[in-house]
Design a protein. Structure first.
Length: 219
């Protein structure tokens, strides 16, 4: 789901008096679990194809077959590259660590694959994943944020959770409803803290920032 599609979806839900989604990833996952296909069809989902299966493919390598699939009309991302050596690979990773912020959708890393099918077959699979492909995850983003207040809620099992309110004006994030607070941290209202944003999911407080001075501190 693109950022623009996510924005439009939440606007429609607000007008209908429905709860908005926290981020595109949750919105997409929730949509795919719906039993009503007519509702799924109304959601702004998109799809890129990253693999081609078949016994009579035109080429004996992954990249060349994806290029052919694009010519056939399938939606293949234009960002994929065939890399010849390890130095070019790390250059590609560094470039996209920065350029990913300009993409119309969220990514959290890059998948690196062995190109030739005979080498893929020789490498084989583990119990859970192929040995010829690996995911390189980008480092999670961090930003400073001010703690506005903490409201405690008691769930049906008796667990107490603090769905705190924070000022995320310094970081673009989609309507955070909760923030993870490690039990070892001591925070007060108006505390400035370092917040980790991982994969556009629930942000997590990493540490307070005592060197940042603010006014009107309240216990």
């Amino acid at each position: 789901m693109s950022h623009e599609g996510f924005r439009r979806l939440n606007e429609q839900r607000q007008l209908a008096g429905e709860d908005v989604f926290a981020n595109p990833r949750n919105a997409t996952a929730g949509t795919l679990k719906l039993q009503n296909s007519s509702l799924v069809a109304k959601r702004p989902l998109d799809c890129f194809l990253y693999h081609l299966l078949g016994e009579n493919l035109p080429y004996s390598s992954h990249f060349e077959n994806l290029t052919a699939a694009r010519e056939w009309g399938f939606k293949i991302p234009g960002y994929i590259r065939k890399i010849e050596d390890i130095s070019d690979l790390f250059t590609f990773i560094r470039d996209w660590d920065e350029k990913r912020k300009s993409l119309p959708f969220d990514i959290d890393g890059i998948v690196i694959k062995v190109n030739h099918y005979d080498q893929q077959e020789e490498l084989g699979f583990t119990a859970k994943s192929p040995r010829w492909a690996i995911a390189y995850k980008f480092k999670a983003e961090q930003a400073k944020s001010r703690l506005l207040s903490i409201d405690f809620q008691v769930g049906r099992t008796g667990a107490v959770t603090p769905p705190e309110k924070r000022d995320f004006s310094s970081r673009i994030i989609h309507a955070p409803r909760s923030v993870l607070i490690p039990p070892s941290l001591t925070l007060t209202s108006a505390t400035i803290s370092l917040v980790k944003f991982s994969n556009q999911t629930c942000p997590e407080i990493r540490s307070p920032c005592p060197s940042v001075k603010i006014s009107s501190r309240r216990p």
